[in-house]
Ligand binder design. Structure first.
Ligand code: BTN
Length: 258
């Protein structure tokens, strides 16, 4: 049984200047991305957060759906970064999430390229970035984060083998408010660092459990196999094929081959 979500408790945990200072909580939404988009188009300030107790049409990367039952944390942050600093945003979100899970739940998360957050090899959090751009500028970016906090993922046979929850990993319920506040605090810090031209790649690379593994990467119709050697400055994956050649992959889905 999950306790009722308290927006006040979340607000009380914030140390941010602007992230989460406007907070829209709804018990149920189709997708937090949709309400966030509506608000962003209507001029919502940077850092506006839309958070839902559950989603009926949560979406994931590559057109997939994202299972979003009660007990999880589903939120979207409206950002307005400089065009030059757009690329690292998924990295910023993944690092903020990993740090938040460490602080609040005492977990030791790793990252799977490009930006899934894992605990003991199973996915606990997914990140979706949707951008509204022109050739010269960013209108807004919607940074969507979905975390299995207290939901029982074994109830979802289609993902039970590859997903876990923070609660299942620590053996107790985890405060969604404390976790959300910690992640938003970390997110603002990392976001401001990136906007100021600092790099966050080193911490990301260190946490990427994909590197050094034999993987299969699917990008649309294309499948590549080989050693995940490194990531480049843009966050693309550098794969060493069995014939020794190298390929750089900007987006895709990784499965381990060992
Ligand atoms: C993925 O793992 O493919 C990304 C999942 C992103 C899910 C979050 S939950 C909050 C926001 N609203 C959505 O509909 N999706 C993102």
């Amino acid at each position: 049984m999950t306790a009722r979500f308290s927006s006040k408790a979340l607000r009380d945990g914030l140390t941010t200047r602007f992230v989460g200072r406007r907070l829209e909580y709804r018990a149920v939404l189709g997708s937090t991305q949709d309400l966030a988009r509506e608000l962003a188009r209507a001029g919502a300030p940077e850092g506006t957060v839309v958070l839902a107790g559950r989603q009926t049409a949560g979406r994931g990367r590559l057109g997939r759906s994202f299972v979003s039952p009660k007990g999880g944390l589903y939120f979207t942050v409206v950002l307005r970064p400089a065009l030059a600093h757009l690329r690292p945003l998924p990295i910023v979100a993944a690092l903020a999430m990993a740090r938040g899970l460490e602080q609040v739940a005492g977990l030791s998360p790793t990252l799977k390229w490009p930006n899934d957050v894992l605990v003991r090899g199973r996915k606990v959090c997914g990140i979706l970035v949707e951008s509204d751009l022109t050739a010269e500028a960013v209108n807004h970016v919607l940074l969507g984060i979905g975390v299995n906090v207290n939901a029982d993922m074994s109830a979802y046979p289609e993902i039970a083998a590859i997903a876990t929850s923070a609660a299942a990993e620590v053996g107790r319920q985890v405060s969604r408010e404390a976790l959300a506040a910690a992640v938003l605090n970390e997110l603002e810090e990392l976001y401001l660092a990136v906007q100021a031209g600092q790099q966050v790649q080193d911490e990301w690379r260190t946490r990427l459990e994909t590197l050094g593994r034999q993987v299969r990467v699917t990008s649309g119709e294309t499948v590549e196999e080989g050693l995940a050697e490194d990531v480049d400055g843009d966050g693309s994956l550098i794969l060493r094929r069995p014939d020794g050649s190298r390929v750089v992959i900007a987006a895709g889905d990784v499965t381990l081959r060992e």
